[in-house]
Design a binder for this molecule. Structure first.
Ligand code: NAD
Length: 298
């Protein structure tokens, strides 16, 4: 049997460290006459998960010394009116970053709304220009979750050069940008990346060959111990709510990885919760501070 010393990639520890760095940077920036970074968040409808995510982002702004504005709209708002609101924020000199919480109601095109955000305020890194720049390796806002994962690998000094990396999932917000960042000529990066998705045949053949697996699937405990090579690094992006009668709420959060059985096999693993989710906030906050600095030209 393979026995290896597993280390937890601790989102609480790393995010606390990065948040301290951001707080210091904001104070220094303001001491030099810079303006307080200001994030505007748009929430449409009342999806409970979206409410929780936006609430947490606004709370973090307060904690880090940023200003924030939460704009709530009824689920019935038209695409045209929502785009008008985005344009108003684009032209508001007081706003540095604009975030549109996804998903949007079915009658609104997420692409059209994202495309309407001024690229200089695109702190989620979803605008086509931001994505294009990322692809070309030019400085830009990186999508918050992949950015947070890179910050975590960096913190633990994990050198991914030459590793076989399997990313499971191809969404625009996680899977696709993750494959780009892991394959670029940088550290973290320099991995040989395979992107797997819902039409991949024999997923296990790919994952068993992986030195690092990044799971962004949205299926509870989908990556099981028999799919993991001993000593692999596991980054679990999934956030899934499952029934749990032992909890007061009747449910709990789990990742896309069967943590209890996979953890003893690997070299490093992120827990869910308290893993990648906390890093995502760090990515967003770093982007917002950068946007304020770039925009106000200091
Ligand atoms: P998504 O639904 O847009 O994409 C899921 C991807 O998984 C798709 O590309 C699909 O091809 C792939 N997939 C589905 N079934 C598969 C299968 N059987 N085998 C292989 N691939 C399969 O989801 P997303 O927005 O990328 O999010 C993925 C997960 O990550 C969700 O649980 C989401 O809640 C979570 N998430 C977490 C954070 C965070 O901060 N931790 C941020 C974003 C998303």
């Amino acid at each position: 049997m393979y026995i290896c010393h597993m280390q937890l990639l601790d989102g609480v520890l790393v995010s606390a460290h990065i948040k301290e760095q951001i707080k210091t940077e904001v104070k220094e920036w303001q001491a030099g006459g810079g303006k307080k970074p200001h994030l505007a968040a748009i929430l449409v409808g009342n999806n409970p998960a979206s409410e929780a995510y936006v609430g947490s982002k606004v709370k973090h702004c307060e904690e880090l010394g940023f200003d924030s504005t939460l704009l709530r709209f009824d689920a019935a708002i038209t695409e045209q009116d929502l785009i008008k609101e985005v344009e108003r924020l684009n032209n508001d000199d007081n706003i540095d970053g604009i975030l549109v919480q996804l998903p949007l109601p079915g009658h609104i095109s997420g692409d059209s709304v994202i495309n309407a955000i001024a690229q200089g305020k695109d702190v989620d890194g979803f605008h086509p220009v931001s994505v294009g720049k990322m692809l070309l390796g030019q400085p830009t806002f990186l999508p918050a979750t992949p950015y947070g994962i890179m910050l975590m690998l960096e913190y633990y000094n994990i050198n991914t050069a030459g590793m076989n990396c399997v990313v499971i999932g191809r969404s625009n917000i996680v899977g696709t940008p993750m494959t780009i960042l892991m394959s670029r000529n940088a550290n973290p990066g320099n991995a040989t990346v395979t992107m797997c998705h819902s039409k991949t045949k024999n997923l296990k053949e790919f994952t068993l060959n992986a030195d690092i697996i990044i799971a962004a699937i949205g299926r509870p405990k989908y990556v099981t111990a028999d799919m993991v090579k001993p000593g692999a690094i596991i980054i679990d992006v999934g956030i899934n709510r499952i029934d749990d009668a032992s909890k007061k709420s009747g449910s709990r959060l789990v990742g896309d990885v069967d943590f209890d059985n996979v953890a003893p096999l690997c070299s490093y693993i992120t827990p869910v919760p308290k893993g990648v989710g906390l890093m995502t906030i760090c990515g967003l906050m770093k982007n917002t501070l950068l946007a304020a600095k770039l925009r106000t030209g200091k």
